[in-house]
Each structure stands twice: as C-alpha cells, then as structure tokens.
Design a protein around this ligand. Structure first.
Ligand code: PMP
Length: 295
C-alpha cells in the first residue's frame, strides 16, 4: 500500500522546501501527544488554491484559539503555497498545511514550545468514488455527537476534534456506508465527519446553523451560489426527523466539493435538481477562478 510518508516531491517545512521523505518530526512532539495541532484542507484547481486567503485566515485563527501564533505572515504562507505547487508540478490537487507545538515541553503545559508549520500537496481527484458521487453517497448515523461549544474550541480546525470523526467514519465504513452523519449534543442535525450538510425541501435549501461546528468555506460559497440562482437558503435548527420531508440532500466541503447523498440510515434520496445545479455552479466557479488566475 502506498504510504504518505514515502513519496517523491517536496514539502514546505518551517520555511524551507525539503525532500518529501525528509519532512519528519520527533516522536516527542506536543502536537502528537496532546493534539496541539491545527490544519487546513485546501484544493488547487489549475495550479491555484481556491479561496486560499480564507483558508490561511482560518488556519491562523485556529492557531490563535488554540493559544499559539504561527511564526510567519499570512503573505509568506500564501506565497509558500505557490512555490510548493510549482516545485511538485501539481495543478489539480489537495493542499494540507498543519501547524503544531514542538518538543521543548512535554506536559499538559507547553508554553515555550516552538511552533512548526508544514505545507504538503498531492494529487487527489475525488474524496468519494466517482460512482458513489453520481448515485449519492450512503451515510450512517454516527453514535458520536458534536460537543457543546463549552467543551471544545468548535470553530477551529484542530486535530483533536477529528477523533470522533475518525471513529464515526470507521464505524460507517465497517457497515458498508461511505461516511457518517452526526447530530449535535442537543440532538440537532450537525454535519458529516468532514463536510457540511444541506437539505432541499420544496425548492428551498435548508442547512443547520453552524453554532457548534465548522462554518465551512464551501458551505458559505454554496449559499452564495444558491442565492445567486434565486434559490432561498434558510440557516436554522434542523431536527433529524425533518429529513423525511427532504426531496434531496447533499454535502459540501473542500474535499467533498458538492456531493449528493443517496441514503441516510433507512431513508433514501434521489440526486436532486438543486444538487445538480450546485455541482455545476461550484465546478464553474472553481475551474473558472483557475482559468482567470492563469490569464
Ligand atoms: N466540517 C468538518 C468537520 C470538516 O472537516 C470540513 C472540511 N474542512 C467541513 C465541515 C467543511 O469545511 P470547508 O468547506 O471549509 O472545507
């Protein structure tokens, strides 16, 4: 099996472009033991990262919420992206910046630890298989709930928040599903393990208010695209029972892009007209932005 630590190419590591296989960290790193790490998931279309400025802002904001400062400017980080994509010859790919606390202190307190940052990029055409996307992916209900904002820094993209996502997705895959859908601690519809969720009900789009989970950059983009098409978008509390009256459901995320959902638990859905329109509009926007940047 191909492994992510065994590739040709380059990784941007603390300000230097290093050979892929040399981009290592010590086993005694606070980020590994205590999940003091924040990351981003970005996509490059035609050699340009879509909404790079927003991703970089979120990375810096996540770090600040976790109590540390990334020791570069946002401009430096954005420039590093361009250099890295070029060095690896990647036009359409996935980009993963990650920042973490280093090794100086190895207890719960880690006030003096060096903050590290790497940026890696690789070719990655589709998060879900093309067949699954065409038919709509199959979601299992997760047994884990998105926690209350009083218990986690819920608006960050912090590594620790993905613990229950991996548990949920593993359980779903073991039962033959593609992914899992999570409720929040109040029993309200929240999100999947790596994407936001939209319901099409009688021609309008409904999506949960992101008050305890990530307000995705793709989510915000799709809301704008839908409104530009004259589709009403309602952000509100959605209870899981309401899925029974949804005509269609889809997920949005940088990796998932716009992915129709064909099944949630025992409920089945057709790939609907709003999902089709949003796939078309999102593709036009991402690839169009790439063409403009190249001109
Ligand atoms: N929720 C979770 C848990 C995610 O990991 C992601 C992907 N970053 C999203 C939502 C969607 O966010 P975005 O559209 O910014 O990629």
């Amino acid at each position: 099996m191909l492994s992510f630590d065994d590739h040709d190419g380059f990784i941007w590591y603390d300000g230097r472009t290093v050979p892929w296989r040399d981009a290592n960290l010590h086993v005694l790193s606070h980020g590994l033991h205590y999940a003091s790490a924040v990351f981003e998931g970005e996509r490059s279309y035609g050699g340009t990262v879509f909404k790079l400025a927003e991703h970089t802002e979120r990375l810096f904001a996540s770090a600040r919420t976790m109590g540390f400062e990334i020791p570069y400017t946002m401009d430096q980080v954005n420039e590093a992206h361009g250099q890295l994509l070029k060095a690896n010859g990647i036009t359409d790919g996935y980009v993963r910046p990650v920042a973490w606390r280093g090794s100086e202190m190895m207890g719960v307190s880690a006030q003096n630890n060096t903050i590290h940052l790497v940026i890696a990029a690789w070719e990655w055409p589709s998060y879900f298989t093309p067949e699954a996307r065409l038919k709509g992916i199959r979601l299992q209900w997760s047994k884990w709930k998105r926690p209350s904002p009083e218990t986690i820094p819920c608006h960050t993209k912090a590594a620790g928040l993905y613990m229950i996502c991996t548990l949920s997705k593993h359980a779903a895959e073991a039962d033959g599903f593609d992914d899992a859908l999570m409720l929040d601690w109040r029993g309200r519809l929240a999100e999947s393990t790596g994407a936001n969720v939209f319901l099409g009900i009688d021609g309008a789009l409904h999506t949960p208010t992101p008050d305890c989970f990530l307000d995705g950059i793709t989510r915000r983009t799709v809301i704008e695209l839908a409104r530009a098409r004259g589709i009403e978008v309602i952000e509100r509390v959605i209870m899981p029972e309401e899925l029974a009256k949804a005509n269609e459901v889809f997920l949005t995320g940088t990796a998932a892009e716009v992915t129709p959902v064909g099944q949630i638990g025992d409920l089945h859905f057709q790939v609907g007209p709003i999902a089709r329109q949003m796939i078309e509009d999102y593709t036009a926007l991402t690839t169009g932005a790439a063409i403009q940047a190249a001109e």
